[in-house]
Design a protein around this ligand. Sequence first.
Ligand SMILES: *Cc1c(COP(=O)(O)O)cnc(C)c1O
Length: 344
Amino acid sequence: MSKVIDLRSDTVTRPTPGMLAAMNSAEVGDDVWGDDPTVNRLQAMMAEATAKEAALFLPSGTQSNLAALMAHCERGDEYIVGQMAHTYRWEGGGAAVLGSIQPQPIEQAADGSLPLEKIAAAIKPFGPGLGTHFARTRLLALENTWGGRVLPQQYVIDAAALARSKGLNVHLDGARAFNAAVASKCSIAELLAPFDSASLCISKGLGAPVGAVLVGDRVIIERAHRWRKMLGGGMRQAGYVAAACIYALEHQVERLRDDHHNAARLAAGLREVAEITVSAQATNMVFLNLPEAHAKPLEAYLAARGMLMQGVYAARLVTHLDVSRDDVDAFVAAVKAYFTEAAK
Ligand SMILES: *Cc1c(COP(=O)(O)O)cnc(C)c1O
């Protein structure tokens, strides 16, 4: 079968031959016993790279965020989060369902930031008197990148300072924080410095098949470790997948820049199509609007040519390890060909 150009997400990447070789030769042990040397190496490496006290390997970003929220908040606490943030909207309501943590969503600005005055207004009093009415506001959770956009670092610093001044901890859903680091030419440690904890996906643009790492203060990571076990995330010979993550971190971070270039190229190509509006492009993502009548036919047209996109009229296209510059050009050419044929 010829190659599929899959722009639905950066989660679709396959392990490279080098990564498979690293997995194949991994030294493993039982990680629930703390015995897996490769998992231990990944955790030590991530703690060091992010300048945090400790790190924990988890099967997914969703579980990593949830374990972090549960580590920061107790039953009946609340966390402040963006209305469109992944931990609030796209994780099945896990914080509320499994953590007994009340989300306090607030409307995000167009760049993904939560306006400081809205954060301040959402923090409830706690303690005797009026404070007995409210859930205890315990945590602020930000997301970077959000919709591919890099949060302005000065905003992050200011938001974290505000949260801290009110006694809150600060967590980052950094599923694509490495994209943010590469795009802003900032080290991952510098980017994560304002946070008590951060969840990083290795299975997105970095290209590992499975895995996320939670980094943060030792106490938070120790608590998250216990929740990970309860949530079913204690894995045995997890070193095989940790080896893939180590390989990704050693070989596939800087190349995220290629994805960003490819996304810019894709956006530029699609801007030449009169029927399409490119509403945004940032890091490895392109968002577009097309006439609703064309959404399904275009999706089918492209699928017949081995090219996948989300078939909604407000579409998101994502570049990654398995999408080359030539693939981007082929995709743009096919979209143009579709509209040329549709006009006949
Ligand atoms: C993908 C993603 C997650 C969750 O990661 P999974 O590994 O898919 O569970 C969390 N936050 C953001 C912003 C994501 O894009």
